[in-house]
Design a protein around this ligand. Structure first.
Ligand code: AGP
Length: 718
């Protein structure tokens, strides 16, 4: 019998808990967690494995150095129980309930496919029946990007409470007080096998559970009581999924900081087709067949269901007997309160997470930019004006700001840099740029009179979120520009704009970059909309925006040409990219793309700085790309080209269509001609040949396009 015991009496706090509970102070590692629970519907073990593997494949972009899963074993025979033999044998197993057996855990170093191969070979070796059917079953899975401990099976998740896997945990995030918890648990007789921060969690769960059982008797504590007591001890940021042999066919998920989604698919009796739920309440007393999912990301859920819930911080979601109950954990309260949440309907198509006819996600995402840009602008350009619903109530405050600060990392920073000149021009407000990590290192001044614009595709980048907490603390108006609905950035900023570029899976950001620039150009138009003096300019840009997807389709026709250029650069060691004005950002972003995926040294430079050092590098061998499309800086770029020529530089010039002879007299250099658009929108066009070049260089050099070495999509660690 379970229930009836307050957790407080079960386990005194293991450690004194510091007051540092602010999620913004620490983020986690980049990992993906996933779980699948089928209820009242027969699913074979092979099917369950494939759902788990597929969930991991969808999340692999978040980390790809090791992975693992846990599924149920076959029930122990009465003889084995009498002898106290579980999967691992011994006394521990005899403490499991009679209808339970230690779950099976598989962990492997390397990419998901290496886990898949090892699982099938292990189940074969142990003669596990893959055709065995479960009418209810709970499986958990994890893909890792190592921070604590090298990639290895031992450090992979699920992490376990001990020999019998009584409690298993998959974790995305970081436990900042794990060392002190570990010391305490070691003093209580626990032994640790991994170098991870995560391992303290299942061990803590076992400690809490054992203490309750010893004090109150068999099975007096519920799974959610165990988990809330564990949460009480943890500091840091996390999304966790728990599976336990003591609570078979149940799952618990909880979070602080890291994103976690619940997906719900009700199955009709006939064809197992999906049907809508509207409220989690509807799931509290319901024996209908269904499948439930937990995931770090909507991408892993969309192929199963469109009904989801973005779990909020401190919520504990418990799935038991086909019902979902949600508790709100509160440090100050002994008993967490029960909460009701409505399910949302996902506006994402399965095609978004599939490669379709493309070889790689990066390739697909480059080529779908005419479409993603159309979606970014949909419903936002009206009668020569821009309507941004998420900003309109704050435009007045922004216009009265003393300064606008763009804050981001990597590609998102570059997108903001591309938008900066136009925002300065239309708003008349000084616009400064901050790399999030540098702002934090310096603790740079931010004031109440500032508007801080945070740009992030994922909305989960640790440095950007920490900078956001810092700016919030200093009283600035905080605006978010993100691709991820429900992300921490979207939730923590005062207002903002979603870029609506669709799911971006390739680690190298491509379509998000161009959509970010377009959103920030629209922001500039909205902020500057009260100025009569710039009306004609604004109207011209709005027309240019409407035309942009067509121009992007045109520039994508350079694909073959970029492949040829990549062939000519395949063996070079290094590449320089010079840009200025609107296209300084193009130089930085083009070089970032090349170094990130093609693993070739590449530097983007401000052309105005050329004579102040970089010119010394120029010789006949080093390839240099100069961005010289038609804008106010054109004549200056012509002069740069001449100077590079004079030093016999190996030049590749990007220019506007029809300008080839003026940038490259006598055909002395290679030319990339691109369609001309309004100057402030030209970075959207100019980056595309660079994206194509990086893509082809990577394929030709034989590297992994979508999952470049050492990187992951969401950098959720400082
Ligand atoms: C882009 O190609 C990179 N993978 C990286 O620079 C990225 O833009 C950066 O980590 C910021 O990510 P965010 O936009 O999700 O915040």
């Amino acid at each position: 019998m379970r229930g009836g015991v307050t957790v407080r009496t079960l386990a005194r706090p293991l450690t004194s808990i510091s007051s540092r509970r602010d999620v913004g102070r620490s983020r986690g590692k980049m990992c993906g967690i996933f779980a699948f629970l089928n209820y009242n519907v027969a699913r074979e073990r092979r099917y369950i494995l494939e759902v788990l593997f597929n969930g991991l494949r969808r999340l692999e972009y978040r980390g790809y150095d090791s992975s693992g899963i846990a599924i149920d074993a076959d029930l122990r025979s009465p003889v084995a129980i009498d002898k106290g033999e579980g999967n691992d044998g011994g006394e521990e197993a005899s403490r499991l309930p009679y209808n339970s057996a230690p779950p099976l855990v598989f962990r492997q170093e390397g990419k998901i496919e290496s886990l898949v191969r090892s699982v099938y070979s292990e189940v074969d070796a142990m003669d596990l029946n893959l055709e065995k059917s479960f009418s209810v079953h709970a499986g958990i899975a994890h893909t890792r990007w190592a921070t604590h401990g090298v990639p290895s099976p031992r450090n992979s998740h699920p992490q376990s409470s001990g020999a019998c896997n009584e409690f298993l945990v998959v974790h995305n995030g970081i436990i900042t007080n794990y060392e002190v918890l570990k010391e305490t648990l070691i003093r209580h007789g626990f032994t640790f096998e991994s170098e991870t921060d995560t391992e303290v969690i299942p061990k803590l769960a076992k400690f809490v559970f054992d203490k309750a059982r010893d004090e109150e008797g068999e099975q007096t504590v519920t799974f959610s009581q165990v988990v809330t007591e564990v949460m009480r001890q943890l500091e840091g940021a996390y999304a966790l999924i728990f599976k336990s042999a003591h609570y078979p066919n149940e799952l618990i998920a909880c979070k602080r900081g890291s994103t976690l989604i619940l997906g719900v698919k009700e199955l009709s009796d006939d064809k197992n087709s999906g049907k809508l739920f509207h409220d989690v309440k509807a799931l509290t007393k319901d024996e209908k067949p269904k499948e439930l999912f937990f995931s770090s990301d909507l991408c892993a859920i969309v192929e199963h269901t469109k009904n989801y819930l973005a779990i909020e911080d401190n919520e504990v979601v418990h799935i038991k007997d086909g019902c979902v109950s949600i508790l709100k954990f509160d440090y100050g309260r002994e008993k967490p309160a029960s909460v009701q949440r409505a399910l949302s309907v996902l506006e994402m198509e399965v095609e978004q997470i599939k490669k379709g006819n493309y070889d790689h996600f990066m390739q697909k995402e480059i080529h779908e930019q005419p479409h993603s840009l159309t979606t970014t602008m949909r419903g936002r350009l009206k009668d020569n004006s821009v309507v941004l619903g998420g900003l309109k109530d704050h435009l007045k405050t922004i216009r009265h700001s003393r300064r606008i600060i763009f804050i981001g990392c990597g590609t998102s920073y570059n997108a903001a840099l591309a938008a900066r000149p136009f925002l300065e021009e239309l708003s008349g407000i000084p616009v400064t740029m901050e790399l999030a990590s540098d702002l934090l290192d310096r603790q740079g001044p931010i004031y109440r009179e500032d508007t801080a614009v945070f740009v992030s595709q994922s909305g989960e980048t640790a440095d950007t979120l920490l900078a956001l907490e810092y700016a919030l603390g200093n009283g600035a108006l905080c605006v978010g520009v993100t691709n991820t609905v429900g992300s921490t950035l979207a939730r923590r900023t005062h207002c903002g704009v979603h870029i609506n570029a669709g799911c971006e899976i390739g680690v190298a950001s491509t379509k998000a970059y161009t959509s970010q620039i377009v959103v920030m150009a629209m922001m500039a138009l909205a902020i500057g909309a009260d100025k009569i003096s710039t009306q004609a300019r604004r109207e011209a840009i709005i027309n240019g925006l409407s035309d942009l997807p067509k121009k992007v389709s045109e520039v994508l026709k350079l694909d073959g040409e970029m492949r040829d250029l990549a062939k000519s650069l395949i063996d070079t060691q290094s590449l320089l990219v010079f840009g200025r004005g609107y296209n300084y950002a193009t130089a930085l972003e083009g070089a970032l793309k090349v170094k990130e995926v093609a693993l070739m040294h590449s530097e983007g430079m401000l052309a105005g700085e050329m004579k102040h050092g970089p010119l010394a590098l120029v010789d006949e061998t080093l390839p240099i790309i100069v961005i010289a499309t038609h804008d106010a800086c054109f004549s200056k770029q012509q002069s740069v080209i001449q100077q590079l020529h004079a030093r016999k530089g190996r030049l590749i010039v990007m220019c506007s269509e029809g300008d080839a002879t003026s940038v490259c007299p006598m055909g002395s250099c290679r030319v990339i001609e691109v369609p001309q658009v309004a100057d402030c929108l030209q970075p959207v066009i100019n980056i595309i040949p660079m994206q194509l070049l990086a893509y082809h260089l990577t394929v030709l050099r034989g590297y992994d396009v979508d999952q470049p070495r050492n990187l992951a999509k969401s950098v959720t660690t400082e």
